[in-house]
Design a protein around this ligand. Structure first.
Ligand SMILES: *Cc1c(COP(=O)(O)O)cnc(C)c1O
Length: 427
């Protein structure tokens, strides 16, 4: 389907897979590692990237490609690649344009796993990161850039601190320094925000969250807008703009134009590091995507009611949800997320950390799970769970208060969710 003319709802249901006469109506699972050819030469051309086609699932698989193309259409991008997890997507998105000796800048308010990846593991590979406060003035953030800086990274709505990013500001800073803006759009999803429309160049998702939506499979995706002009900054991005010796001297920008970034990510990074999504998981992800446009508004409607209930409750010390009028991010939310942000609400209880933990233990409908952003209401204490590895200083920089409860509002009846909170607060 040439998806661009269709609305998001139609792309969610039908994007990516358009069966021809007699073909299955539902996207099939191509559970095959290999694909057959008739002559040796046909296959050789695929290996040389002379022709496009399938030969080995680590590089490309029809089920995965259909789902990647649906997500690319939803985000308004030109191409996408599925990965085995959101972590792999973040790593590949950066590693595709950074090598040892390079540097990138990231908002400090990001998912704990991404923070560790950037601060610890990437550093071991010789790639350095500088974290910046996303709310700092433009000039302040720009100071973090160096001649060897290759990217700027941030989350649309940060997990779990729920900072709403001023995407236009970040795009100006990135482009002013000749680098792409990479956005993790996991919490907003393209249903609520399409960062490419605000100047972002590359988007990643942990599809494990709302996109799958049912907590059945871990996955990720990288989407390219095709808008960043790599050749205009050729000295910064030699991997894209000079010959790749591992492909007989092919130059990605020359040969693939707007498809250069994703082609390189597939043909080089995925080929060598191999974190592919299984076709089975891509199939499940696709089922989730078919209802994303119905689930997101329900998550937001329920979360708004839960946030308002908590806001008016005397046992609650503070609530963070950008849909609340007195929230620090209300204005940015209205601008970038006019139809709602996400289902995640954070709050702290009077009495601090211990009371917060006791409250969680008393919840019945809401389950204590690591997961976030799926159909079932769930709850987590980041300081004891996902962000355990962070020091107190890093916790504060990541926007995670020690008493912060991350409450991921599901799509059950909101009255039942509020009743559960009420009974747990009463204890
Ligand atoms: C969960 C999450 C990730 C990591 O994704 P996995 O699929 O768990 O590897 C990255 N970014 C955000 C915002 C997340 O919530």
């Amino acid at each position: 389907m040439e998806n661009k003319s269709f609305s998001k709802e139609t792309i969610c249901v039908q994007g990516g897979w358009q069966p021809k006469k007699g073909e299955p109506r539902v996207l099939p699972i191509y559970q095959s590692t290999t694909f057959k050819y008739e002559t040796s030469e046909q296959m050789a051309k695929l290996f040389d990237l002379e022709e496009s086609g399938y030969f080995y699932t680590r590089l490309q698989n029809p089920t995965n490609d259909a789902v990647a193309s649906k997500i690319a259409a939803l985000e308004g991008g030109v191409a996408a690649m599925l990965t085995s997890s959101g972590q792999a997507a973040s790593f590949y998105a950066i590693f595709n344009i950074c090598s040892a000796g390079d540097h990138f800048v990231s908002a400090s308010t990001i998912y704990g796993g991404t923070f560790n990846l950037f601060a610890v593991t990437m550093k071991k590979l010789g790639i350095e990161v500088t974290f910046v406060d996303p709310d700092a003035p433009e000039e302040e953030i720009a100071k973090a850039f160096r001649p060897n800086t290759k990217a700027l990274f941030a989350e649309t709505i940060s997990n779990p601190s729920l900072v709403v990013l001023d995407i236009e500001k970040f795009a100006r800073i990135a482009h002013g320094n000749g680098v792409p803006l990479i956005i993790d759009n996991t919490f907003a999803t393209p249903i609520n925000c399409r960062p490419f429309e605000w100047g972002a160049d590359i988007i990643i998702h942990s599809t494990t969250k709302y996109m799958d939506g049912h907590a059945t499979n871990v996955g990720g995706v990288i989407v390219d807008s095709g808008n960043f002009d790599w050749d205009a900054h050729a000295d910064k991005f030699p991997g894209l703009t000079t010959p790749d010796e591992s492909y007989h001297g092919l130059t990605y920008t020359k040969k693939f134009g707007k498809g250069a970034y994703i082609t390189k990510a597939t043909a080089q990074v995925m080929r060598d590091l191999g974190s592919i999504q299984s076709p089975q998981n891509a199939f499940l992800l696709n089922l989730g995507l078919e209802t994303l446009h119905l689930r997101m508004p329900q998550h937001c409607k329920n979360a708004q009611k839960v946030a308002e209930y908590l806001h008016d409750n005397e046992k609650v010390a503070w609530v963070n949800y950008c849909g609340l009028k007195d929230n620090k991010y209300y204005e940015l939310g209205q601008k970038y997320l006019p139809n709602g942000s996400c289902g995640v609400v954070t709050f702290g209880l009077k009495g601090g950390r211990d009371v917060s933990i006791k409250f969680m233990d008393n919840l019945k409908l809401a389950a204590i799970v690591t997961h976030v952003a799926d159909a079932r209401t769930s709850v987590l204490h980041p300081a004891s769970h996902t962000h355990r590895q962070l020091t107190d200083e890093q916790l504060i920089a990541a926007g995670v208060a020690p008493d912060l409860i991350r409450f991921s509002v599901g799509i059950e009846n909101v009255n039942d969710i509020i009743a559960d909170i009420e009974q747990a607060l009463a204890k």
